[in-house]
Design a binder for this molecule. Structure first.
Ligand code: 4NP
Length: 153
């Protein structure tokens, strides 16, 4: 079982989009039983809130299944529970390390580091451009899954 924790600032836009996009890709690869995928926030702002409506609209437009959920905060002991802790931008990675401490087992990644155009995924809460966010997250998740497939026995 590969356990994946996506992380963003609020856990209402980017990380839940990544959660449901990867779940969709994993399902289409018939690998549902091999993965546990979830997401969380580094901030407390939106804890308990469902995904932001524009993020939901984008997933509906792309025919990606999602469920009602409640934003939760990343916990220190998530580090031992998950194999991959994947943030969206450098500021995220900094905040993840503040919560978790040292990345002893090299589990912390930035999503677009799995692509050949490593960059931050800008916060659509501020940019308002959910299409760009979707495209970047989709590409990151697709290449992350390829990385897993190529690196597991
Ligand atoms: P996210 O976007 O990190 O992609 O979920 C945000 C949503 C809300 C806030 C910040 C970022 N906020 O500060 O309320």
């Amino acid at each position: 079982m590969i356990k994946v924790m996506f992380v963003c600032l609020g856990n209402i836009c980017r990380s839940p989009m990544a959660e449901f996009i990867l779940k969709d890709l994993v399902k289409k690869s018939n690998l549902e039983n091999e993965f546990f995928i979830t997401s969380s926030a580094t901030s407390y702002e939106e804890i308990g809130n469902d995904m932001y409506s524009y993020a939901k609209d984008k997933l509906i437009e792309k025919d990606i299944h999602f469920e009602k959920r409640k934003a939760k905060r990343l916990k220190k002991d998530d580090y031992i529970k998950y194999d991959y802790i994947i943030g969206m931008e450098d500021a995220n990675i900094k905040n993840i390390k503040k919560i978790i401490g040292e990345d002893r087992d090299n589990k912390i990644f930035k999503l677009l580091d799995f692509t050949n155009f490593s960059k931050d995924i800008d916060d659509p809460w501020y940019t308002g451009n959910f299409e760009v966010t979707y495209q970047e997250i989709y590409e990151g998740c697709k290449l992350f899954l390829e990385y897993i497939k190529n690196n597991s026995n």
